[in-house]
Design a protein around this ligand. Structure first.
Ligand SMILES: [Zn+2]
Ligand SMILES: [Zn+2]
Length: 302
């Protein structure tokens, strides 16, 4: 614990970075005493890049053999809330250990994500109400749900690719080769935030389901903002991860901005391309309204 108390001092006036003689030094590393430029200084670990790689601190809870599976699981989920502090751990260990965590967190969400927005026979709304549209047989219902799950998986795979492919190639281009593959670890341990957030994310679906029959504009705005929070957490996680992967401070923003721009442009295009097979929102609203009027009428008729 005394490591955290190490005083960080500014580099002497006029000194240059030990690794980059052409750059001015800003900080003296409390570990090795080297003078560091802005690029070499790892603020998240309060030491230089070399010292970070030599001693990255405690492992990701999921990959920590001293923790049980449950504590490791929830510990890793909670670390998403401190993207900077938890980033150094991603530079150690074997990135393959993150695969099981990604499957456990993402697979259930990927399977349910399509059901609320993409079913034709079930309308969700009215404070967790469920309304059948028309009078589908159980076979029709089953097929419809299976198809919605399929569309959800397709959209999820496309969203993941939109973030992962440019992020991995850009961090590789701007960062340093590190055996533990921090960029891959960052994606595996934080991909669940992508499935939770955004217009097609699980959170937005659930919030829309929870809203009353006639939500106010403020409620819809609130739902939109809530659905953006996980994406913001993902943004900062991936940016901090790029930083510990040796990407410079400004480039660490760029390597995340590019994937997010691709996501925000690509997602509406994909939904539009899928429109012919997606349920018509007018039909859903009518079904919900109809059931609402039936519900309102029923006390007076009985
Ligand atoms: Zn150092
Ligand atoms: Zn430097």
């Amino acid at each position: 614990m005394s490591d955290d108390d190490e005083r960080v001092e500014t580099a002497p006036e006029g000194s240059t970075c030990n690794k980059h003689p052409e750059r001015p030094a800003l900080v003296t590393c409390p570990r090795c005493g080297n003078h560091c430029c802005l690029g070499c200084w790892q603020a998240s670990a309060q030491r230089c890049h070399e010292c970070l790689l030599r001693d990255p601190g405690p492992p990701v809870p999921w990959a920590d053999p001293e923790r049980g599976a449950v504590a490791g699981f929830f510990g890793t989920l909670a670390e998403a809330l401190s993207p900077t502090k938890s980033a150094p751990a991603l530079t150690r260990g074997d990135w393959r250990e993150g695969i099981s965590f990604a499957l456990i967190t993402c697979l259930p969400m990927a399977l349910i994500t399509g059901i609320i927005p993409f079913t034709h026979t079930i309308a969700f709304g009215q404070t967790f109400g469920v309304t059948l549209i028309g009078s589908p047989s159980s076979a029709e219902l089953g097929l419809d749900v299976a198809r919605a799950v399929g569309v959800g998986l397709l959209v999820t795979a496309a969203r993941m690719a939109a973030i992962a492919v440019p992020y991995l190639s850009l961090t590789k281009a701007y960062g340093q080769p590190i055996e533990a593959q921090p960029a891959r670890q960052g994606l595996l341990y934080r991909a669940w935030l992508l499935l939770l957030g955004g217009d097609t994310g699980v959170l937005f679906g659930l919030v829309v389901w929870a809203l009353p029959a006639e939500p106010t504009d403020l409620m819809i705005l609130g739902a939109k903002i809530a659905s953006l929070l996980p994406l913001m957490m993902l943004f900062f996680s991936l940016s901090s991860t790029a930083r510990v992967a040796g990407v410079g401070p400004i480039a660490a923003m760029v390597v995340v901005i590019v994937p997010f721009v691709i996501l925000f442009i690509g997602e509406p295009l994909l939904i539009e391309a899928l429109a012919p097979i997606l349920p018509d929102s007018e039909t859903i609203r009518e079904a919900v309204d109809q059931s609402a009027s039936i519900l309102k009428r029923s006390p007076s008729t009985t």
